[in-house]
Design a binder for this molecule. Structure first.
Ligand code: 26M
Length: 823
């Protein structure tokens, strides 16, 4: 059944144009003749903002009046990208804005490109949080996303001599039209100090934390417009500020410079996003960031709860659900205990009951080295009261464990929230599991492996906590906004424009998969998108791409487990084949990469350098007649993703089986008609299930085979010695063919897959990967077959709408009702 999609805001082109001109004069003090692209973007953003503000206010008052349950999403990261274009899509004003700018003689796309990405995240985890906000608002769920307003988002990447250079992303330098400061909700945050026993008025002893320092959290709200604008929720991002009291005290003691220093320290907490996407141990500022935003958010939640319900704590868990986005906000468990026990004066048991009903935890990784741990001495120094509370939680937990298993010291050590050692460590994942009523993985395979590996002992004790919520992506940004050509074709073909809110409608495209007229239209749009991307690549990389080549895309953070270097080995293999036989009948290929490496991850940086260096040689080798190109697009981010994804023919999802929790780029690419070249890992398994084996290329070992080979004793040298092509590719890399005079440049890469044991089994999967890639090249020659595959990918992706994911969270974990507008 097709749903009618109502839009709650409306504006005529004439009014919208006048609004832009009004803002140009009154908000920006600009004469139109002197206006820059940025001015036009700002004026346009302000015009849209005006249109949604009423919806924002009415959503808030609706939620307040209904006193309905809300979900609070706690995440250290939100990778939002640009906000204006997506707000136009969701408010239904896109066509109006386009026409208005056109009448003003302006090019819409280049105006929108003036907006700096809101890049407050590293990768998948941060982008998932952003897609979830879109779906929560679209589905009319009462929700707030809490996070940090980093002054500097993820670093900007450039290349020098093919090597990654990082520079700061000062995205807020000139302000943003999308954030609204709410000084009245400023919160106090304590840090350090000591714990004291105090006698209460009733004569009971209780404990109180006397912090050494204090700072402030100031909230900035960013509106999140649901599709149709029925609901406008918001992100509440905290900025750290120094307290005035602190300044004054030090000043009175004659310590003026000390006071200024203190102020600067307080304000560093929200200064910068940590650019890692696996745990970096031991950075005290990171722990401070976590605690800072957690206490601000919990205090804000409690303030609102009390203003609606007074001290009726019995219903707290009926009004509040809190989702922990990985263990980064796990300090929320002891912090809520502290607020309830120490500040609100509730007993331990009652407080614990509330905590475990309110919290739910999402795990995003199985990599053991990525599981967060904080040293006990650290905690002692920064959060002494929280350490006490964690010990108390652990003592009660372990006595429960003992009641089940008896004094099994092995079991107890394995299940303890505290890891013994020097120093002792707090295991944040265990703390999250114990403090939550729900623990979920992000794809079927990942959730299964969680129960069998890292959280096995916990699963045995509380199997009912464990569940799966396969990730999803918002079709508003990733299809409707990013791929207008395809969106229009879909709307015309289905004779419906409600598919962005009801993605199951895409199944209606299946019957056109073999329709040659539809295939032609579908592939024409793909070609236009490829031509558009080719222009961008020419601009950013100086590389000429032929829009008729296969656009083979790998875009994601750079990681050994994601195996960008496996892709490189195939490129080397193809290149060598072409040099031996320049007339080989291969489908021309453009390999397109986008990836940032964590600044301290040397091997990842070596891989980037290798891809750029090999690419440079290939791109300038006339002998291969342009059949092979390599482009590494610098500074991959959400906005570039929106240009790359609609232009992709092939989606590289080639992680070692068992290592990629889900992946979400795989979903975006398949939705836009790219064929997956993938391992049986993460959500690839479910993509295969949806599209069918004829519409995806699967290669390599599965999880069982990986485990078996590891157990048998895997030796990459055996593969190397018996595989002529692999040997040649790896040896070539350290010859001076690619780096004249510096043949050892890529030795780390080569060593990682040979001398250092090839942890991610690149050598083991090499031949299978090459075979699958060769098969793909053959299939591409059959245009009708390829078109059919691409169309079926689009038609069969509806499961991966984040609307489906969010509905499952709401029903199974949050017990949350929708609160749609009543009109
Ligand atoms: C940790 C400590 C210090 C600084 C940063 C971190 C950190 C930040 C981000 C660690 C991990 C971070 O993100 C991990 C991530 O993005 N995981 C991905 O999550 C996606 C959404 O569920 C999945 O699709 C991916 O498979 C998973 O790798």
């Amino acid at each position: 059944a097709r749903k009618e999609c109502k839009f709650y805001v409306n504006a005529s082109v004439k009014d919208f144009k006048n609004s832009i001109l009004w803002h140009m004069e009154r908000s920006l003090a600009r004469a139109t003749v002197r206006a820059t692209s940025r001015d036009w973007w700002l004026a346009t953003a302000m015009a849209v903002r005006d249109e949604i503000m009423g919806r924002f206010i009415s959503t808030m008052s609706r939620q307040y009046k209904a006193n309905s349950k809300r979900v609070y999403y706690l995440s250290l990261e939100y990778l939002m990208g640009r906000l204006t274009e997506d707000t136009l899509t969701n408010s239904g004003l896109m066509d109006v804005a386009r026409e208005a700018l056109k009448e003003l003689g302006l090019d819409f796309d280049s105006i929108m490109a003036s907006e700096v990405d809101m890049g407050l995240g590293n990768g998948g985890l941060g982008r998932l949080a952003a897609c979830f906000q879109d779906s929560l608002a679209t589905l009319d769920y009462p929700a707030v996303g809490y996070g940090i307003l980093y002054e500097f988002g993820l670093f900007t990447q450039s290349f020098e001599g093919g090597r990654q250079i990082e520079s700061p992303d000062n995205w807020l330098k000139f302000g943003s039209p999308w954030d609204i400061v709410r000084p009245e909700y400023t919160v106090k945050v304590g840090i350090g100090g000591r714990v004291e026993g105090v006698m209460s008025s009733t004569g009971d002893w209780s404990v109180r934390w006397i912090p050494e320092g204090e700072l402030l959290g100031v909230p900035w709200d960013v509106p999140v417009v649901g599709y149709g604008a029925g609901t406008v929720n918001f992100l509440r991002l905290w900025e750290s500020r120094a307290t005035n009291e602190l300044d004054l005290n030090a000043f009175n003691n004659g310590g003026y410079t000390q006071a200024v220093h203190q102020k600067a320290m307080s304000e560093t907490i929200s200064k910068v996003l940590y650019p890692n996407d696996k745990t970096e141990n031991g950075k005290i500022l990171r722990l401070m960031q976590q605690y800072f935003f957690v206490t601000c958010s919990l205090q804000d939640i409690i303030r609102r709860f009390k203003s609606l319900n007074g001290e009726n704590w019995d219903i707290f868990a009926d009004k509040v659900a809190i989702q922990l986005n990985d263990t980064h906000p796990a300090i929320a468990v002891p912090e809520l205990m502290r607020l309830l026990v120490d500040v609100e004066g509730l007993g331990w048991d009652k407080s614990w009951e509330i905590c475990t009903h309110v919290f739910a935890y999402t795990n995003h990784t199985l990599l053991p080295e990525a599981l967060e741990k904080w040293s006990v001495p650290f905690f002692e120094k920064l959060l002494p009261r929280h350490l006490q509370i964690i010990y108390e939680i652990n003592a009660r937990w372990l006595s429960y464990v003992e009641s089940i298993y008896g004094r099994d010291s092995d079991k107890i050590a394995r299940l303890s929230i505290i890891e013994e050692g020097a120093p002792k460590m707090v295991r944040m994942a265990y703390l999250s599991v114990v403090g939550s009523h729900s623990v979920n993985g992000v794809a079927e395979l990942h959730s299964q492996l969680l129960k069998e590996s890292v959280l096995r002992d916990f699963y045995q004790i509380s199997p009912e906590k464990f569940n799966n919520k396969t990730n999803g992506i918002t079709p508003r940004r990733w299809l409707k906004t990013a791929n207008e050509g395809l969106s229009d074709l879909i709307t015309k073909t289905l004779k419906s424009d409600s598919w962005p809110k009801n993605l199951d409608e895409l199944k209606g495209l299946e019957k056109f998969a073999e329709d040659s007229d539809f295939q032609k239209k579908y592939m024409e749009i793909k070609r236009e998108n490829k031509a558009h991307l080719a222009k961008i690549v020419k601009d950013l990389c100086g590389v000429d791409l032929n829009p008729d080549a296969i656009f083979d895309v790998q875009i994601k953070r750079l990681h050994e487990y994601k195996r960008q270097h496996l892709n490189l080995l195939y490129i080397l293999t193809l290149y060598r084949r072409l040099l031996h036989n320049p007339d080989a009948d291969i489908s021309p290929r453009a390999f397109i990469f986008g990836a940032k490496a964590a600044p301290g991850y040397d091997l990842a940086k070596n891989i980037i350098w290798a891809i750029n260096t090999v690419g440079n040689v290939i791109n300038n080798d006339a002998r291969i007649k342009g059949k092979l190109k390599v482009a590494f697009i610098p500074n991959y981010n959400v906005s570039l993703a929106m240009d790359i994804i609609p232009a992709a023919d092939v989606s590289e999802q080639i992680s070692t089986a068992g290592k990629e929790a889900s992946g979400t780029g795989n979903m975006k690419l398949a939705l836009n008609g790219a064929i997956t070249m993938g391992t049986l890992d993460g959500a690839n398994v479910e993509i295969l299930e949806e599209v069918g084996k004829d519409n995806v290329f699967i290669f390599g070992m599965n999880v069982d085979e990986v485990q078996k080979l590891k157990a048998e004793g895997y030796n990459p040298w055996n593969v190397y010695n018996s595989n002529e092509n692999l040997k040649s590719a790896l040896d070539w890399l350290v010859s001076d063919y690619f780096m004249p005079g510096n043949p050892t440049a890529f030795e780390p890469l080569r060593k990682s897959v040979l001398d250092w044991g090839d942890q991610f089994m690149v050598c083991a999967d090499y031949q299978s990967y090459c075979d699958a890639q060769d098969r793909l090249g053959e299939v591409y020659k059959d245009k009708a077959r390829w078109a059919k595959m691409a169309i079926l990918n689009t038609a069969r992706m509806s499961k991966f709408s984040s609307d489906r994911t969010i509905s499952e969270y709401a029903d199974d974990i949050w017990n949350l009702e929708k609160l749609p507008p009543r009109e």
